[in-house]
Structures are given as C-alpha cells and as structure tokens.
Design a protein around this ligand. Sequence first.
Ligand code: ZN
Length: 98
Amino acid sequence: MKTQKIISQLLDLFRQKPEIPRPLVEWMITSLEKTWEQELSCDDVFALLDQYAELHMRGEDTAELMPMLKQHLDVCRECCEEYDALVDVLEERPGTKQ
Ligand SMILES: [Zn+2]
C-alpha cells in the first residue's frame, strides 16, 4: 500500500540520521499512520453522500475521486442503504437520467 511505502521511506531516512531521537521518530510514524488510515465516520459520509451520488449520476469515477467514501460504503451497510436510496431518488428525477 502507498501509505506503507511512504512510512518505510521515512524510516530509511531516519535510520540515516541517528541524531534524531528515536521517540520522536516513533511518534511521527504513529501520527502519520493515524492520519492516513483514519476512516470516515458515518456522519462524515452522510455529509458527503449527496455530492458522491451526484458524481455517480454524472458518470464520474467515484472510486477515484472519493476513495475513502467508497471504502466506507463498501463496509458500512447503513450508509450503503442510504446511498442506494439517494441514487434511486436521483434516477427518478426527470431530466437527470442518462
Ligand atoms: Zn457508515
């Protein structure tokens, strides 16, 4: 994964610089991992769902544009149902169907 690659590159960099205190290095790595692997909450997803459904309706690549949201929908049944309902509404709306 991309994140792992970046972290391992950072670790290599830190190894070449022994003057950087080890606890600092570990703290930085942990922080980076938390930032990158943080998942969206259902509230976050609900806030973006309209936008995501609109992109889908326009035929945009939603997985490319909003990968974290796509990932959440894949694992969260509740949000996925909400998204399906939203798409149903959009598809029934006159003039937007392609
Ligand atoms: Zn959810």
